[in-house]
Each structure stands twice: as structure tokens, then as C-alpha cells.
Design a protein around this ligand. Structure first.
Ligand code: FAD
Length: 418
């Protein structure tokens, strides 16, 4: 029979979410181990491009008992500063982590608890926390293999810098936060960029004297829980608002980039050989993004007015570029496009979890991270409880809550004898 080490709790994933839970378990003296496929904070250290910086302001970095204490709370840390911050957090409590350890299977243990198989040994455990993030499998559409193989295809997770892309123009697909930042990264380097604009909303950055996120925080936006949200399904599935923290932070108006020479199209509909087809939705997608931008401005205006706050006025928003026509097909050879940069998101991978905690669509089912199977939890996912649950802002609260649930379960005496 395979030897199995017994742990009271196994945490899978050594990112900010897993290590935040570990922090509270250490404080409570609860026996546990963190199993991490690569190295701790791998996603921040490895899966980000060179010019990466936070989109959320530094003050939102609130890891457990370790809030950002630098001298630029309203700024946006760059990649190395982020990993320094994370490493300094981990040094405060020396987590019991096993690195280069991939969890390959989790099953229920006959009689209670769980069996955890990993590349560095197997465990039995009473409780399991899944903290693997939501970014396992980069999404690419099925028709990518019909594209002429001479056109290089790269996913945002593998993008590092403009020089990595072949000479010639690049088509960036997707206008979530990553897509617009990669587009800007290449554009600022003087590269010719084509951009397939999707339905993502956008946000103002600085508005009426403060960062829009400061206003939204003060307005209680980030305290709304998924249970209180007027449209929870929409909250769970919608793309994030785009803007950037680059160079001190600024908003991204794609119309401005069009004026500067970036070629805009609607969503990609298909690809074959050298030809790429687009939906005729560029005008609608730009308008919708602007509507969300204007909606946020209006909500801030209303808050300022209601509370009689002295805040500087802003000029009215203007749409200073409109597509002359909807282009629905281009030829890469004619446009000089030699590469495609996919930035249309990720899917989590839970194939290795053989426990009944998923809905028919494969999404984990929980209440604030606590699953219907005793002692099984998720943490670190967007809207697990609030907007900040999948980000730096909300992870402390969620980790503390789960650590208390884990402790309560131990004290309840419902655990089976190991
Ligand atoms: C491009 C990008 C930009 C972002 N910008 C911001 C921002 O500006 N502000 C903000 O607050 N948030 C931002 N986020 C969101 C969020 O803060 C990060 O995604 C963060 O890394 C999430 O932390 P996590 O611990 O939940 O997941 P991760 O950091 O992804 O950690 C999960 C860990 O689990 C490990 N793992 C996975 N499967 C297994 C397995 N089977 N066995 C063992 N280990 C496993 C992985 O190797 C990984 O290290 C951004 C996310 C992305 C993708």
C-alpha cells in the first residue's frame, strides 16, 4: 500500500490566496502543508510580461497583517516590486510549503477525509483548500489551427516584451485588461498593432481629483457581496473593466489609439490561411465600453453631489473617433501581420479533483468558499465573496473566514480518526 503522510489540512496552490490561508492556520497552530506546482507566487513571478504593473492601486494590497507600507499607496507596483512585497509577506511566517509539487488527484477517503496524490508524495488529510487561481488554461478558439502556420501565435501568458514577437505587425485579440495593456506595450515600442475589440467594459482612471477605485471603495462598491449583487451571474462572467496602472496610471480610450495608428476591428469570427474574419461589432463594442465608462463617472458625480463633496469638475466626455466602416475581413499578407497575440482569457482546470463539489458546467459550488462536502474549500476566485476575492483587496478577509471555518470544523469533532 502507498505510504501516505497525514496532514490536518492540505492547501493546493502557493499564490497569495493559498499562503494567506496558511498565514492564518499558522497563527492558529493548525497543522497543514501548502503544495505548490512550481515556486511560491509563481503566477506573479513568471506569468507576467516585463512591463507589467498593477491595475489596482498599491493601497489595495492588503495581505494578512501585511498591508502595503511603501511611499506610493496611490501608485501601481511593477512586477519586481509585487514579488518583493509577496516574498516579504511570506517571510513574516515561514509557511510550510512544498514547492515543485504538483497535485495530480484528490479523492474522498473511504470513511472520511481526503486522499491527495502529488508528484512529491501522497497525503491523507481531513480538510482541503483549493487555491489554484483561475488562470490554468489559456483560452484559444478552435479555428486557430486553420491559420497559416507562418503566422506566429502567442498567448498573453507567454508574452514578455515586443522584441519577442516577429518583425511585422501584430494582431492583438481581446480587450480585457491584459489585451489593452499588451496592445499599448507594443504600440509604445513603435510596433504596428491591429486590435480585435471585444465586449469588455472600461473604467475611468483619475476622475474628479481621485482614482476611480478610491471613489468606488468609498462608495461601498467593493463591500458588496455576491449575495447582495443585483445580477450575480453577470458579476461572475463579465470581463473586468480595462484601464492601466502603467506610468502612474491612465485610462485607455481605444478611440485615441485608433487616431495614433492602431487599426481596430470587431471580435474575431474566424481564421483561415492568411485571412481573418471579424464580426461587425466594433462600433457597438466601443460604444458599450464608453457607456460603462460614463456610467462610472455618473455614479461618482451623483455620490459627490449627494455628499456635498468639494471635488474639481471634469470636461464632458467626447467620442473623438468613430470607425468609418466595419471591416469584416483582412488578409494578413496584405496588412503585414506576422503574429497574433491572444488575450481572451483563461479557464481553470479542476480535472484532477474527483470530489462532488462542481455544478454541471464544472464550476465549483460553495458558499463563501465552503463546499457541500465537509472540509472542502476554494479560495482566491473572483466574487467568491466580493469583487476583491480574486484580488489583493479581498483575500485577507476570505482567508481569515476560511481559517475560522477550518478551525470550527476541527473543534466540532466531526473529523474521522486518521
Ligand atoms: C494578468 C493579470 C493581472 C492581474 N492584475 C491584478 C491587479 O492589478 N490587482 C489585483 O489585485 N489582482 C490582479 N490580478 C488577479 C490576482 O491577484 C492574481 O491572479 C493572483 O495571482 C491570484 O492569486 P491566487 O493565489 O488566487 O492564484 P495564483 O497566483 O494563480 O496561484 C495559484 C498557484 O496554484 C498553483 N497550482 C495550480 N494547480 C496546481 C496543482 N494541481 N498542484 C499544485 N499547485 C498548483 C500554481 O502554480 C500557482 O502558483 C491579475 C491577474 C492576472 C492574470
Amino acid at each position: 500500500m502507498t505510504h501516505r503522510e497525514q496532514k490536518t489540512v492540505v492547501i493546493v496552490g502557493g499564490g497569495q490566496a493559498g499562503l494567506s490561508v496558511s498565514y492564518y492556520l499558522c497563527r492558529k497552530g493548525i497543522d497543514h502543508v501548502v503544495l505548490e506546482r512550481f515556486g511560491k507566487f509563481h503566477s506573479w513571478r513568471v506569468n507576467r510580461w516585463d512591463s507589467f504593473c498593477l491595475v489596482t492601486p498599491n493601497w489595495q494590497c492588503r495581505l494578512p497583517d501585511f498591508p502595503y507600507k511603501g511611499n506610493d499607496p496611490d501608485g501601481f507596483m511593477v512586477k519586481d516590486e509585487i514579488t518583493d512585497y509577496l516574498d516579504a509577506f511570506a517571510e513574516t511566517f515561514n509557511p510550510p510549503i512544498i514547492e515543485d509539487c504538483s497535485v495530480t488527484r484528490i479523492t474522498k477517503r473511504p470513511g472520511g477525509g481526503y486522499l491527495v496524490d502529488s508528484s512529491k508524495g501522497n497525503f491523507t488529510t481531513d480538510q482541503v483548500v483549493i487555491a489554484t487561481g483561475g488562470y490554468d488554461n489559456p483560452i484559444v478558439p478552435p479555428y486557430t489551427d486553420q491559420l497559416d502556420p507562418s503566422i506566429v501565435q502567442v498567448h498573453s501568458v507567454d508574452y514578455r516584451r515586443p522584441e519577442q514577437m516577429p518583425e511585422g505587425a501584430t494582431l492583438v485579440v481581446g480587450t480585457g485588461q491584459s489585451g489593452v495593456q499588451l496592445m499599448e506595450d507594443m504600440h509604445l515600442q513603435g510596433r504596428k498593432v491591429h486590435l480585435a475589440v471585444g465586449p469588455a467594459p472600461r473604467s475611468p482612471r483619475k476622475y474628479r481629483g481621485r482614482d476611480a477605485t478610491d471613489w468606488l471603495y468609498e462608495m461601498g462598491h467593493y463591500h458588496i457581496t455576491i449575495d447582495q449583487h443585483p445580477n450575480p451571474e453577470h458579476a461572475l462572467t463579465k470581463t473586468n473593466h480595462y484601464m492601466t496602472g502603467r506610468d502612474g496610471g491612465h485610462e485607455i480610450d481605444l478611440r485615441k489609439f485608433a487616431l495614433e495608428g492602431v487599426s481596430l476591428y470587431g471580435s474575431v469570427a474566424g481564421m483561415e490561411g492568411q485571412r481573418i474574419r471579424f464580426l461587425p461589432d466594433l462600433g457597438t463594442n466601443l460604444d458599450d465600453a464608453d457607456d460603462s465608462y460614463i456610467g462610472i463617472r455618473q455614479a461618482i458625480d451623483a455620490y459627490i453631489e449627494k455628499n456635498n463633496i468639494d471635488a474639481p469638475a471634469e470636461p464632458a466626455f467626447e467620442k473623438f473617433w468613430h470607425p468609418a466602416q466595419e471591416i469584416t475581413e483582412i488578409d494578413c499578407e496584405v496588412e503585414g501581420i506576422t503574429s497574433i497575440l491572444w488575450a481572451i482569457g483563461f479557464r481553470p482546470d479542476y480535472d484532477w479533483i474527483d470530489v462532488d463539489v462542481f455544478d454541471p458546467r464544472g464550476r465549483p459550488v460553495y458558499d463563501r468558499g465552503i463546499c457541500r462536502e465537509d472540509g472542502f474549500y476554494f479560495v482566491g476566485l473572483g466574487w467568491l465573496n466580493t469583487w476583491g476575492s480574486g484580488r489583493f483587496l479581498g483575500i485577507d478577509e476570505d482567508a481569515r473566514y476560511l481559517a475560522e471555518a477550518i478551525e470550527a470544523y476541527i473543534k466540532s469533532g466531526l473529523l474521522v480518526a486518521s
